[in-house]
Design a protein around this ligand. Sequence first.
Ligand SMILES: Nc1ncnc2c1ncn2[C@@H]1O[C@H](COP(=O)(O)OP(=O)(O)O)[C@@H](O)[C@H]1O
Length: 190
Amino acid sequence: MTNLVLFGPPGAGKGTQADILKEKYQLVHISTGDVFRYNIKNQTELGLTAKSFIDKGQLVPDEVTINMLNAEVDKNPEAKGFIFDGFPRTENQADALAEFLKGKGTEVKAMIALEVEDEVLVKRLLERGKTSGRKDDADEAVIRNRITVYYDETAILKEYYKKQDKYYGVDGVGSVEEITERISNVIDKL
Ligand SMILES: Nc1ncnc2c1ncn2[C@@H]1O[C@H](COP(=O)(O)OP(=O)(O)O)[C@@H](O)[C@H]1O
């Protein structure tokens, strides 16, 4: 199985690239942010819990997120592999993912990290907020909080996967096509 973690700060372009890559490599794309938003829209219990954190730019608690991710993977027993987008975001989540995949006789093959500087991220997210309807994109303070949370809790995962020789950094500034090509160069050599 080819299981990829698509990584990067909020606004790095993970969702855009994952949409292209899932077709190109026939992988199942799981975006934890999208699953949360779907649940918020449908007012499920999970959605109600998640909303209170997401609106403030905080992470949803690990236990909730991990259970949800596992359930999404289990919905796709025929998958040739997964693109995890927005997961893992904490070391706890990374450990849980490793454990869960191990139980299925597979593992994370690579973490591909999109690198984009903070001020570009803020601009992109504010721009996206004008049309996405995402409350967490509309407010600069919430955006900056998400970026802070990324550095405090999520960025350490680079080291986590580097130690396992699974880390690949990719320049996330350029046209969508250019970035797809950079990522594809990594995937094609795995
Ligand atoms: N793995 C996760 N763990 C905890 N919270 C998460 C996770 N994935 C998404 N969320 C919550 O959903 C929000 C939106 O996720 P996402 O669309 O991936 O954000 P972004 O565009 O900021 O990368 C996050 O700010 C966070 O509150």
